[in-house]
Design a protein around this ligand. Sequence first.
Ligand code: GRF
Length: 241
Amino acid sequence: MGDRAHRAGRQQGRIAVVNAQAVTRLAVLISGRGSNLQAFIDACDNGKLEAQIAVVISNNPAAAGLQRAACAGIATRCIDHRNYASREAFDQSLVDELCAHSVDLVVLAGFMRILTPVLIKPFIGRLLNVHPSLLPRYPGLKTHQRALDANDAEAGATVHFVTQELDGGPPVLQARVPILPGDTAAGLAVRVAEQEHVIYPLAASWFVQGRLVLTGEGAMLDGRPVPATGVDFDAGANIAR
Ligand code: GRF
């Protein structure tokens, strides 16, 4: 990111100025299987996302994603919400852990907790989520079944900035998935998840590159306002990926 300090180093008597920018430090918050986490691990490994996952935090000790992180050599923490008397106390514990890891960007990846201002305020503009619907349609749960019940022609996924409004923060990027004859919620969820795994690391890369920011006017990409439902992934083929 532009405002991050450059580092200088000195090696064996000769001056070696290292102008490498500090790597953006991510935290991935999960509650379950962690397929989006895996997409972030892969994107960091293959260079599509120039960032380091500093820590993976789960509120659920049984989350399979914790294993994925451990296998990838990433620090993991379990902060079990059941050990806290209030949402605020739980969120403060998250904030403490995020600060201890000097996190620049927090990505919610199937993190099944409603957040309070205790977490949202210090990380506003640095907090992303992926939601399995074409927001603003179907905030909340059971999104695939609701799209089927409504006889929608398409479903999809949306990456958005997190604000206090549940699944209601400014959209960044959206991928559409056609609903096929005879589709089930489970089958549709698989195809939507495939798109999540593409668009979520991509949106994060825009943030890392300093191209994506949240302003008082909403989400901005490359200095221009993001459309109300986010950049359309299919139509956005001209946007550098
Ligand atoms: C995804 O469908 C995401 O859209 C939603 O929770 C699910 C998480 O799946 N927020 P995974 O744990 O990343 O596999």
